[in-house]
Design a binder for this molecule. Structure first.
Ligand code: PLP
Length: 435
């Protein structure tokens, strides 16, 4: 499969190059040049397939020219020992639970696939790489778990000291082995700046094979299309059109839904649901895109002022706003609306949601007011509520259960390297620890 840069169509890359470069040299985004569709026969019988069988078929359709089917089976079965179940919430609406992976957030789907496919290429080329990544919380846990003990890959995660939740910090700092956690005395932006400086440093690049696990990497985007197909497989028997509501920050999740649609998945409509960081809903309304600096909300994994996948979202529709707005409706909600949705669903359906999931639920509810046709609504649940336990318990005024996977982390001692937000210090550390 060939990728091109959204900034310069003549800049092309193979899948392997796109995965290891993350970004094209002109700072655009990689997009597939042609999007192949799944065979109609496969989609007609998809309800009989497991999650992994669906993932194998999609990966084969996209990467079949470069990786054999049996290699793809190994990659997928290494990546996924968890799936994406659907639960009914009310008469017409379902939640797609994307938090059954190791870090209990949907980013596991991208991170695990990325680790498995990189490992496939590295075994072939006999190379070793060092991944550097900055995290504001959820990405770090998914990437750390995804790359844990993968041969040929070491991973260094920078996170802002005191600015991630307890559980999130433990997910980064308790693995050890090939995972190094660097606790930076600064903000997430400082961490991101330090990582960027490292990628630009000639001496570090000459000595080490550096790579990024950035969320815009196509190896994180593509596997997120798997669960849209899986949701369809689980709901196909109802025989109704399906609308997906996606809680969005950088819009990787929604872009993956659009990729699934372009690959032939029958999707009636998408709902882009955000918190008050609402650049995309406002664009869908007016056609004008005005990014802003981000503001803090209770759904903090979606506090993004200028979403990095916005260019992709438009490109799926040939940059034609009318076509984008025909297929996607945007809604945004403040913290009070988010919290009252958490209470409402807890009381009415006995179902506890994280704040991001609540934003998606609200988006679906708002869309139902506009489109009164008979459709099945699916809102995506991007994280387990226990990852945001303080907010969830305070909002619902009750205790919630912490899954064993998270609880056991809390008693393990964290191991991190503390550092000022200084590139000189980071460079020294990398010089001493990387291979
Ligand atoms: C990252 C994240 C999001 C936002 O996903 P995007 O692909 O960036 O739009 C939503 N919810 C949770 C819990 C997340 O961690």
């Amino acid at each position: 499969m060939i990728f091109y840069s959204t900034k310069t169509a003549s800049i092309k890359a193979s899948a392997e190059e796109a995965i290891f470069n993350s970004l094209p040299a002109d700072n655009g985004l990689y997009m597939p040049e042609n999007i192949p569709t799944l065979s109609p026969d496969f989609i007609a019988n998809i309800e009989n397939r497991t999650f992994n069988e669906i993932a194998i078929e999609i990966t084969h359709t996209l990467f079949g020219g470069e990786i054999t089917r049996s290699e793809i089976e190994i990659i997928i079965n290494k990546a996924y020992d968890f799936d994406a179940p659907i639960r009914q919430i009310n008469e017409q609406d379902y939640v797609l639970e994307l938090f059954h992976g190791p870090s209990m957030a949907f980013k596991d789907f991208g991170a695990r696939f990325m680790a498995a496919i990189m490992s496939h290429y590295l075994l072939r080329s006999k190379k070793e790489i060092n991944i550097l990544v900055a995290t504001s919380g959820d990405t770090g846990g998914a990437v750390a778990q995804g790359f844990f003990q993968i041969p040929g890959i070491s991973i260094t995660i920078l996170y802002p000291s005191g600015k991630v939740s307890d559980i999130q910090e433990k997910q980064l700092t308790t693995l050890g082995h090939n995972v190094t956690a660097v606790e930076v005395d600064g903000t997430f932006d400082d961490c991101q700046k330090l990582v960027k400086e490292a990628f630009l440093d000639a001496e570090l690049n000459a000595r080490f094979n550096l790579a990024s696990a950035n969320s815009i990497n196509i190896a994180r985007l593509i596997p997120q299309s798997f669960y849209y197909f899986s949701a369809y497989a689980q709901l196909k028997k109802l025989g109704k059109p399906i609308v997906f509501a996606v809680p969005s920050g950088n819009f990787g999740n929604l872009s993956a839904g659009l990729l699934a649609y372009k690959m032939g998945l029958p999707v009636a409509h998408f709902v882009a649901a955000t918190n008050l960081n609402n650049a995309v809903p406002r664009y869908l309304e007016s056609g004008n895109y005005e990014p802003r600096t981000s503001i803090e909300t209770v759904s903090n994994a979606m506090d993004v002022g200028n979403p990095s996948n916005f260019v992709r979202l438009q490109r799926f529709f040939e940059d034609d706003w009318k076509l984008v707005a025909e297929k996607i409706s945007g809604y945004y909600f403040d913290d009070e609306q988010t919290k009252s949705a958490m209470r409402e669903v807890s009381e009415q359906a006995g179902y506890v949601m994280c704040p991001h999931t609540a934003v998606a639920y609200k988006g679906l509810e708002a869309y139902r007011k506009k489109d009164t046709s008979d459709f099945t609504g699916v809102f995506l649940s991007t994280a387990h509520p226990a990852k945001f336990i303080d907010l969830v318990e305070e909002t619902l005024e009750k205790e919630i259960e912490i899954p064993e996977r998270l609880k056991s982390l809390l008693s393990i001692e964290k191991v991190s390297t503390k550092m000022d937000a200084s590139f000189r210090d980071l460079k020294l550390l990398l010089m001493n620890t990387l291979k």
